[in-house]
Every structure is written in structure tokens, then in C-alpha cells.
Write a protein that binds this ligand. Structure first.
Ligand code: SF4
Length: 713
């Protein structure tokens, strides 16, 4: 039987995939690939279930891709696997184990070793070592001898080291090992990410030209030139005190660069040539209903102190010829969503323009592409290009993190806030690109009040999503080294999230958790856009509103995680009514409008106004529409009853569909004045590709409640 090396990925959610293990397998080469098997699980599966599945696969060796979200589960497995598969070598890789690999090996002596840094070439040589050893030993218990020749001979990925065959990259500890690096969060994405959070924006690296000062800085000088570019020297080369030796021809484990063994570290390995990595997705079957991750650059030119990507500043870019072929593959297969895992996608203007131009010219009308960008370095021509995108073609994730200048300086982000604001505003105005902005609580010099200001600043840019994250103190980051200096206390276990700092107490962190929950529930759900926009006027600012809403939930004993979505409308009405009782009926209408924008509710929600007096008017409208098709031309062939079921008609006393007018005239609404009713027709066949809201058409002139006739018809 063939030697089997099982690569294990334990993802945060089912819809995630782990590009790292796919990349390792792809880079194993044609002949060795048959010795690699992949197993993907999720952290929601019981450990015993994963254990049983691994046992059933009977691997000869195993490699675990370790991140903050799965490390606890991996450790549990490490305790059990040797009992069941005592002869199977266990290897680890990933950002969670790359920085203190020697410490981890001491803690887990059952682990054979750790692949440190980028893992493609390291894994290939490791696999070659085992396969040849198994063959030489006839798969008996003889000593495994590595060597050359045989299956492993084919040329490999990467930056060749010392005249040997080019091997897949290494280095940049902490970035992904069993590839991808940890963006704090959830997805097994490459790059390091602010403890996973963000990917985006950044500060000019120390000693480098500041983006802010330079105005429109061409980042090309900071990144690899792409095709044919020389692979940068491995940053590990300058490290001292870890017993690293010069790489030589591989004859044993100790000669494979990029490993940490019980005996110490092996030589460091040059960074991967990104263009030498094969495309990961020749077979899309395992990715049905899952997110596809795609990498066209690796490394980040910025140096945000909480982020592991800042350690590997050598940016490498995949050859554009390959990128075009691969984008076309996604487009031809009409993949639903592709997430670029490039840490700062637009750090190369030429690369960003080339990719976005290709997408604009080859759009299939279906696929959505997600990018993590730095908005303050966007060029005008990039913004203009984005403005021509189909709504839904792209979404941009932009890390702001804070607007406190002292904090920005401390975390080494020389972000140009004004430039960021104007870029985001321009993209937002286009109305065609989904915007996701990030904030991080718990950074140095940012207290509760300061965070509230950062929140309000970002909120007023009206992103489609606002992610309020909490600092994760990642092993190997500068923040980790300086945590004591800042008085940062954080969880001992993954995700190493901040508990308190010199500027933020634990009690305040808990209050911010409440705000985060409310933002998720009410803002990011996109279900209450009009209501929140109006309600904000009853508070000094949006942060104060979410803070008060969190207090209301706690005091009233409501559960933020309650599955009853309808109850959130009622709770918000109660909250708004208590705060702003004079306008309770305005909120009732706004909530009704928000609800019908999202769904054609089968039963009338309890909080909605009584419209029984308008029933006959609505029936008449649909009878008229059946004859004249004035508002619903796409519903040819449906009779008035069907039209009534497929759409919704609702009378409103306030101009809820014009939220800018409502918000600007906040003081004028709610005094009990009668404004007459206007019907709004909700068309669920015409939804926005950005927020999925139904097309809402006010029928100006209204309907006569007695006859049902449209007075403007
Ligand atoms: S270093 Fe900064 S800009 Fe680069 S990926 Fe990390 S957080 Fe984003």
C-alpha cells in the first residue's frame, strides 16, 4: 500500500475551505501528490468524530494546519492520536505554531516536528523524505533515509536554494505554514492579519516612505515586480540565536529547510515564488456551496504592529498571465464568490488595475470577488474603474481600526485618514461596490471614549458592514512583544483576545461587546437601515445609540442571540418608543418599511400599523395593474390575486422611502400631524444585488381608500 500523508484542516465554518492544505498538495508535484490525502473538518464537530475519521483513514503521517480558531481542538487530538496510531508521524504547521515552535515541541513530544513559515516546498521535501524512506525500508521499521532520486525529483515550487531544485517558499515565520496565515478571524486565509482581523490598510513601514506624506505613492517600489521578479531573501536569514545552519542537499530531516525538530531548527528557506504554485482549483467538486479563496500576492509592505503579515514585508505577485487564466476559470464556472486573500490587494497599482480591468471586461454577471484593500492608497483611476463595475461584482474590505492619531502612530499605521474618507465616500457614492469597514478595540492609547469617536467616524461613512473587532495579541507580533509595556492583558488561550489595557478596563471591554452585538444584530444584518438612520437623531451619535440599545437589551432581559427575528423589530420599536416617545408611530412605519423591503411577509407582523381600512384599495390597485401593467411590467401573465401575493402594497403616512429627507427633517416628524398616505409597492423580483432589498416604488398621488383608484393614474 502507498505511503499516505494526511493533511488535516479544521475550519471555523463549513463554508470556509483551507487553501493552505490544497496548496501544499498541489506543490507536492505530480508524482508525490498521490501520497497526499486531505481531510477537512469544522470546529463544530466533536473531537471524537474527527478522531474516528482520521483513524479510519489510517495515515502513515499527518500534518495539522494550526490557527487560533482550531488550536484547542488540534491539541485535544494530539493527546489521543498517538494512542490509536502510534506509528504515524504527526507534523504541525500554521501561524499558531510557527513562532514558538521549539516551545510547542517540548510541550508535545509526540509531535515529530513543525513546518515553520511558508510550507509549500518544505512539505514537498518532507513528503519526499518519507516516501523514499518507506520505500527503502520496505515500509518496515528500518531507519528512514532521505535522499535524491525517485519520485521527488520533479522540479518544485519556489525559489531555488543554492543550486538545488527550486523548492517552495519558506520564511516569514508565522505566515502560513501549512500555508496561509492567520487572519484573526475565521477564515484560513493567507497573510497574517491583525490577529486576523484586518487585512487592509496600513502604515508605511519604518524607514520607508510614508504613504500619507507621499500622497499618491506608487507602491510598485515596495513589491515584487511580478513576472520574472527575483524572490526576496528570506527574512529569517538575519535572525540569530536559533541555531540555524546553511541549507545543503537534503539527506535527512535535519537537512530540510524550514523545519523545527526536537533537535532544533533546520536552515531557513527562501520565500516562495508565487508564480510557481500550481492553481488549486482544477476540481471544484469539494467546494460546492463553500467560499473559494484565491491568492495573487503574498506578504504586505506595511508594518501594523498587531499583524503577522507585517513581519513578511517581501511582497510577491503572481504572474498576470496565470492570474487571467485562473480568473477566467472562476468566471467560466460561474463560481458564486471568490475571496482574494492578498493581504493588501492594491499595494501594487499596476496589479490592481490589471485584475480589476480583467474583471470588468470579462464579468459573467454572477461571480462576486472580495478584496482586502487599503483605501487611502487607492488611485483616482482605480476608483473610476471600480465605479464601472456591475453592482455585486466586487466587495471591498477596508481596515480602518482607529482614527486616534496617537494610536495609529503606536501601531505603526501611517494611514491618511482624509484620503481614506474621500476614497470610501467616492466608492459609496457609486452605489455598486459593497463596502466592509473594520475597527479594532483594545489598541494602545485608545480608551472607551476614544473608541466611540473612531466608531462614529467610521459609521458616518455608511459602510454596508461595520466589523467591530477586539485586539488579538498574536504570538510573534510586535504587539505581543510590547503587551506588558501597554498594560495589555489578554486571554492565555486562543484567540488571545484583549481583556483590558492601560486605557480600557475589562468592564469597558464588556460594554463594547454589547455594542458589537447590537451592531451585528441591527446594523450588519441590513434589516433596519431606515429605522436606525432616523433613530440616530435621538442620540448624540451612533455609538451612543448602540450603547443605549445594548443597555436596553440587558435591562429588559432580551437575548441578543434569540432566534426570533421578528422580535428584534418589536424590541427596537420599544426601545425607540421609550427614548423618543413622540415619534413612536414614525418608528412603527419605518420598521414596517424596513421589514417589507427585505421580505414579503406571509403574516402581518404584530408591530405593524393596522391597514385593514386599505384592503379594498389594494385589491382595486391590483385589478387595475392586471389590466394596465403600469408598475409591474415584469409580471406578465399573472392575475391580480397572484400579483397581490407576489408583491406587497403598504400605505405610509410618512415618507419612509426617502430616508435622507426623513433624517434631515427629524424635528418635523412625529408631532401628530397628518401628512396623508402614500402607497409603496414592494417588488421582490427586482432586488438590489448589493443588499437584497426589494425595489420599493412610492405611488405618488396615493390610492383612494374608498375606491382603490390610484389618483395619479
Ligand atoms: S500589516 Fe497592516 S496593512 Fe498589512 S495585512 Fe497586516 S494589518 Fe493589513
Amino acid at each position: 500500500m502507498d505511503f499516505k500523508f494526511l493533511l488535516v484542516a479544521i475550519n471555523a465554518k463549513y463554508i470556509h475551505s483551507n487553501p493552505a492544505v490544497y496548496s501544499l498538495r498541489a506543490c507536492a508535484g505530480e508524482k508525490l501528490r498521490r501520497h497526499v490525502e486531505l481531510a477537512e473538518y469544522t470546529i463544530n464537530q466533536p473531537m471524537a468524530e474527527i478522531l474516528a475519521d482520521i483513524y479510519a483513514r489510517r495515515p502513515d503521517a499527518m500534518g495539522f494546519s494550526c490557527y487560533i480558531w482550531n488550536w484547542r481542538l488540534v491539541r485535544e487530538l494530539l493527546g489521543e492520536l498517538p494512542k490509536l496510531l502510534p506509528d504515524a508521524a504527526v507534523w504541525l504547521g500554521g501561524p499558531e505554531v510557527s513562532y514558538d515552535a521549539d516551545v510547542i515541541l517540548r510541550e508535545y513530544p509526540q509531535v515529530a516536528g513543525i513546518m515553520v513559515g511558508e510550507g509549500e516546498a518544505t512539505f514537498r521535501e518532507l513528503l519526499d523524505y518519507y516516501v523514499k524512506g518507506a520505500r527503502a525500508a520496505g515500509r518496515e521499521g528500518e531507519e528512514l533515509v532521505a535522499g535524491s532520486g525517485g519520485e521527488g525529483e520533479e522540479p518544485v515550487v519556489g525559489a531555488g536554494s543554492e543550486g538545488e531544485e527550486p523548492a517552495a517558499g519558506a520564511g516569514s515565520e508565522g505566515e502560513e505554514p501549512v500555508a496561509g496565515a492567520g487572519s484573526e478571524g475565521e477564515e484560513p486565509v493567507a497573510g497574517a492579519g491583525s490577529g486576523g482581523e484586518e487585512p487592509v490598510a496600513g502604515a508605511g513601514s519604518e524607514g520607508e516612505e510614508s504613504v500619507a506624506e507621499a500622497g499618491r505613492v506608487d507602491m510598485e517600489s515596495r513589491v515584487g515586480a511580478g513576472e520574472g521578479s527575483a524572490v526576496p531573501e528570506c527574512p529569517c536569514a538575519a535572525e540569530e540565536g536559533r541555531g540555524r545552519r546553511k541549507a545543503g542537499p537534503a539527506v535527512g530531516l535535519a537537512d530540510i529547510p524550514g523545519l523545527c525538530l526536537p533537535t532544533g531548527y533546520t536552515p531557513c528557506r527562501p520565500l516562495t515564488d508565487l508564480s510557481a504554485i500550481p492553481f488549486l482549483y482544477d476540481d471544484l467538486a469539494p467546494f460546492e456551496n463553500r467560499i473559494l479563496y484565491y491568492e495573487t500576492s503574498r506578504g504586505c509592505p506595511f508594518r501594523c504592529s498587531y499583524c503577522l503579515s507585517s513581519i513578511d514585508k517581501a511582497v510577491r505577485i503572481r504572474d498576470m498571465g496565470l492570474v487571467e487564466e485562473e480568473l477566467q476559470f472562476f468566471l467560466d464556472h460561474r463560481v458564486r464568490q471568490v475571496k482574494f486573500i492578498d493581504r493588501t490587494f492594491n499595494c501594487s497599482h499596476a496589479h490592481a488595475m490589471a485584475v480589476w480591468t480583467y474583471l470588468l471586461e470579462h464579468d459573467n454577471g454572477v461571480t462576486n470577488f472580495h478584496f482586502e484593500i487599503s483605501a487611502d492608497i487607492l488611485w483616482e483611476e482605480e476608483i473610476e474603474l471600480l465605479s464601472r463595475f456591475r453592482p455585486g461584482l466586487a466587495q471591498m474590505e477596508i481596515g480602518v481600526q482607529t482614527v486616534n492619531p496617537r494610536t495609529l502612530e503606536a501601531i505603526r499605521r501611517t494611514m491618511d485618514i482624509e484620503r481614506l474618507e474621500s476614497a470610501v465616500t467616492a466608492i459609496r457614492r457609486g452605489g455598486n461596490v459593497h463596502l466592509h469597514l473594520d475597527l479594532i478595540a483594545g489598541l494602545p492609547y485608545e480608551g472607551y471614549e476614544s473608541f466611540g469617536k473612531s466608531f462614529d467616524w467610521v459609521y458616518r461613512l455608511r459602510p454596508h458592514q461595520l466589523q467591530l473587532g477586539f485586539l488579538k495579541v498574536l504570538k510573534g507580533s510586535e504587539m505581543w512583544e510590547r503587551a506588558q509595556e501597554y498594560g495589555i492583558r489578554y486571554l492565555e488561550q486562543p484567540p488571545y483576545e484583549v481583556l483590558c489595557t492601560d486605557w480600557l478596563s475589562y468592564g469597558e471591554v464588556l460594554r463594547l461587546k454589547g455594542v458589537e452585538e447590537m451592531v451585528e444584530l441591527y446594523y450588519n444584518s441590513g434589516q433596519f437601515v431606515h429605522t436606525l438612520n432616523f433613530l440616530e437623531n435621538a442620540f448624540p451619535g451612533p455609538f451612543a445609540m448602540y450603547e443605549a440599545l445594548a443597555d436596553f437589551y440587558r435591562e429588559e432581559g432580551h437575548l441578543a442571540m434569540s432566534p426570533a427575528r421578528a422580535s428584534r423589530y418589536q424590541v427596537l420599536l420599544d426601545f425607540a418608543g421609550r427614548r423618543d416617545s413622540r415619534r413612536r408611530e414614525v418608528y412603527r412605519e419605518l420598521l414596517t418599511y424596513d421589514l417589507y423591503l427585505r421580505e414579503n411577509a406571509k403574516s402581518r407582523p404584530g408591530f405593524a400599523p393596522d391597514i385593514s381600512a386599505w384592503k379594498e384599495a389594494a385589491r382595486s390597485f391590483y385589478r387595475e395593474e392586471e389590466q394596465r401593467r403600469r408598475y409591474l411590467p415584469d409580471y406578465e401573465g399573472f392575475d391580480s390575486r397572484q400579483l397581490g401575493r407576489m408583491t406587497h402594497l403598504e400605505p405610509f403616512a410618512y415618507p419612509v422611502w426617502d430616508i435622507d429627507r426623513m433624517a434631515a427633517g427629524y424635528g418635523a416628524f412625529g408631532a401628530g400631524e397628518s401628512m396623508g398616505h402614500t402607497f409603496v409597492l414592494f417588488d421582490y423580483r427586482s432586488r438590489s444585488p448589493l443588499n437584497h432589498e426589494a425595489l420599493a416604488r412610492p405611488i405618488h398621488g396615493g390610492l383612494d381608500s374608498a375606491t382603490g383608484c390610484c389618483t395619479d393614474l
